[in-house]
Write a protein that binds this ligand. Sequence first.
Ligand SMILES: Cc1cc2nc3c(=O)[nH]c(=O)nc-3n(C[C@H](O)[C@H](O)[C@H](O)COP(=O)(O)OP(=O)(O)OC[C@H]3O[C@@H](n4cnc5c(N)ncnc54)[C@H](O)[C@@H]3O)c2cc1C
Length: 408
Amino acid sequence: MKICIIGGGLTGLTAAYHLGRDHEVDLYEKRRHLGGCVSSYEIGDYHIEEFYHHCFSGDTRLFSLMESLHIADRLEWLKGTSGYYADGTVYPLNSPGEILKYPLLSLMDKARLAFLTIRSRKTDTAPLDDVTARDYITRELGDRVYRSFFEPLLSSKFGDRKDEISAAWLISRIAIRSHRGLSGEQLGYLDGGFFRLIDTLSDQVGKDCVMRLQDPATTLSREAQGWRVNGLRYDAVISTIPPHLLPGGGVPGIPPIPYQGAACLLLSLEQEVTSGIYWLNMKDKAPYGAVITHTNFVPLERYGEHLVYLASYFQGNVPARIDQVMLDDFCTRFRVPPDTIRWHRMAVDPWAGPLYTTGFRNRILPYQEKGLYLAGMFSRPNYPERSMNGAVAAGEEVAALIARDKEA
Ligand SMILES: Cc1cc2nc3c(=O)[nH]c(=O)nc-3n(C[C@H](O)[C@H](O)[C@H](O)COP(=O)(O)OP(=O)(O)OC[C@H]3O[C@@H](n4cnc5c(N)ncnc54)[C@H](O)[C@@H]3O)c2cc1C
């Protein structure tokens, strides 16, 4: 079979990896390199992700892919500490002692929060899909816990649309993250960065498939026995990009999936400013929702400079001058002299992930729709959160479906 894959992110690469040996596969990627959201910068002698990345202990599909690429021995488990920045103060929130000391929630609030976290693992989230996270948390834990703990988190992740996010999404996320130990969470990282995953995978895929870089799929039309993409004929097409971006206006009949964009400013600093914390959520209003100090997670010695992401999500167009606005705020708030910032790089992805609004579960797409194969952030393995693991699973599952359809 002649197969076209649109999108050279992790989903498209994984599908190509599984199909390339038995089929003629063309992989179309609009950028000049592969990796999509897991792309990296090359800085001197190291690589660092454009957008912060780590993986979780349950990411079994990702680990199997790493095994098959012989890079699993490079996976390491490191402490991913977290905290809150509130009222101008950094509060670490890892050990029970630190949580007890956190002054913005009462003891009773903390006990109820802990109970909700434990209960989340057994909660049937299906009936919560049509309930907003705000209504659910306010009902279960009260307005103060919502306002001082959950609202800033939702706001930093979903901006103005935070009030539309479903409770099913929030509770599923809490359940996934509830297995942390007494001193913080162990998170996975590849020695050499996730660049190593994309690089090794791309090398393998390149042996069997035609890589069409800087070649966006711009035309797509149906033919008697297949499809035509950019003038070439294919028996099957897998699209891994947001469905409404497909040439010709998307797949008829599929309601649009709401997406949001991400803007991530990566800074090189001479000093560390988040009290040793990896992931600092901003409760105070700021033009970024989290300050993520990569070198408080992965050893500083590997880079020789402190690497910090300022992370923000947006809807619609990226706000004007967002990089400068973030930089100015960060320097003032964390008392960093601007001339001590060695360099900074901005990454923007307008299609960084779905918005998990109420009713989202019903919008999860099947792998085949109107004769097209669809796999990506909108597929089942990426609920409740799109991830590298979900991308690998979606890529594998759509490849298996094509193989099955061919045999039928
Ligand atoms: C800010 C951020 C942080 C993240 N952090 C984590 C994390 O810590 N852990 C984790 O597991 N996951 C994380 N993720 C999620 C993870 O990176 C993604 O879920 C996964 O990489 C998605 O892969 P994909 O191939 O489905 O989509 P994408 O990576 O979006 O790939 C789609 C590709 O299609 C290309 N494309 C678009 N239009 C066309 C066209 N017309 N023709 C050809 N090519 C086209 C794009 O350039 C892109 O390369 C994060 C994502 C973001 C944005």
